[in-house]
Design a protein around this ligand. Sequence first.
Ligand code: F6P
Length: 336
Amino acid sequence: MDDQLALPVGTTLDRFIMRKQEEFPYASGELSQLLRDIALATKIVNREINRAGLLGVTGTFGQQNVQGEEQQKLDVIANIRFIRALRNGGEVCTIISEEEEGIIQTGNTKGKYIVAMDPLDGSSNIDVNVAIGTIFSIYRRLSDNGVEGTLEDCLQDGTKQVAAGYIIYGSSTMLVYTTGCGVNGFTYEPSLGEFFLSHPNIKTPKDGKIYSCNEGNVNSFPDGINAYLSYCKEQRYSARYIGSLVADFHRNLLKGGVYLYPPTAKSPNGKLRLVYECNALAMIIEQAGGKATDGSERILDKTPTELHQRCPLVIGSPDMVDKVEEFLTAEMVTAL
Ligand code: F6P
């Protein structure tokens, strides 16, 4: 009867994080606190995005980031908000951000964790009200506590991530994350200011019928990729490409599909960044039963050598990723 009159609201992100922590008797709560800090920054950034048109924060900032890309005002705002939340939270010693060339020291030399993030991904879509996102990876530092984090701390393999996640600011705002025990998704309820568990234990379909890539680049894709795209058309798969990595990834994760950003003439190593884009999504897709490779090598096995290193990405349903690799291998054999 109670339930009919007042439906339960469900599990909040805070309660979920707390319960998960209780499952690890030796956990000290620092990672939980760090996840809560990210959730707080997310709520603030979500507010800024929702009101962007009214606050006059759409459009470019007038500067380029380290990648030579035009920074949007909201890129800069999101960067400030996340850095501030992580600095005030106290658990993170060092941050890597798409928006800043070098590593960022928070001053929390006792913080155990390193965060790599793209504070606002797909931000060229802001001005046209298309879904955008935030991507983050969390690593445990290798250096001793009590000093600043090092470059070595920041260039760890993706297999060393202790947690990874993304936020999608879409028709609703969702936070999806993993700590290595499955993937869970939380939807934001703005009137309560809380994230609620809405997508427990996400598993991606083994196979799918959606392929996502910028086909404007076909003239400079590797032959194997073009052969795969012809195969997709023969199979009458759907082409879906938003041009916002998080949004394309999120759709394919839930519905089954593959996202491809291969090498192109303009970006011979692919466009996406290994440390704060590919690794996080690779951990999530693997935890959901999918796969992520650069066309031949597992993304999580790659050792980064630079903070802003780019890498090709093929990610999604496992059977589809395998198929892309089959085409790439067949093409290499023919080329010999
Ligand atoms: O992070 C780079 C990014 O904006 C992704 O979000 C997106 O998937 C991709 O670039 C789009 O690139 P392009 O415009 O070359 O298709």
